[in-house]
Design a protein around this ligand. Sequence first.
Ligand code: ADP
Ligand code: ADP
Length: 224
Amino acid sequence: MIELEAAGYTYRGGEPLLREMSLHLPPGSFHFLTGPSGAGKSTLLKLCYFELFPTEGDIRILGRSVRGMSRDDIAQTRRRIGVVHQDCQFLDHLPLSENVALPLKVAGKEPEPANLRELLGWVGLERRAEALPPELSGGERQRAALARAVVMAPDLILADEPTGNVDWDMSLRLLQLLVELNRMGKTVLVATHDLNLIRAAKKQVPARVLRIAGARLQLAGADL
Ligand code: ADP
Ligand code: ADP
């Protein structure tokens, strides 16, 4: 699903942030990405959904190398990846249901009202469909962001600190949704610094934990 081949990233004018990262995320796997703030977790996720391109090495996503992909290829491949952004990135003037359906619209597809209702029901927001994003609580925003990430039925879900701004009960609820998606066969990669969340997940799925330390990627031990 995602393979990093000695991939690295350096922001212009900066020190190398990510170095020689090699990794294989098989289809259907569940991985956490952890490491201190500023370690490069968001940057690594951005590489995985082509917001950034590696400055060293290569990344293969869904079997294709990011090197030499055309803009069209990139757009096509991106549609198979659902991203939960750290800051949700909603359009504040559009109701929740339209925000969730936006990826369909962008891809030129007409949202099916019944499917959209089912999806909002799945995240427990069926009664908030007409609310505007600024009216939503932190937990509602995160669940809406997750609904939007899966509206295109992606194979791969990338979530950047999906529980960053919510309390523990809501964190568990969001985790439950991610676990359900994984049980449906989707590959999941979650960046988080919340070790309690990782411990809770490991009771439910055979999640593996990757850690960025000193610009390198390590597989964390079972001692977490
Ligand atoms: P994390 O998600 O682990 O907190 P980030 O990937 O957000 O880490 O950031 C890693 C480092 O890269 C930080 O020092 C950050 O300041 C720097 N950084 C992030 N985005 C940019 C950018 N667009 N230009 C330059 N430096 C950046
Ligand atoms: P589809 O017709 O593909 O089922 P939906 O709108 O029902 O379309 O769902 C879109 C995506 O939302 C699904 O592929 C799935 O990822 C997620 N989803 C919807 N409902 C559920 C559910 N009950 N449990 C888990 N995931 C769901």
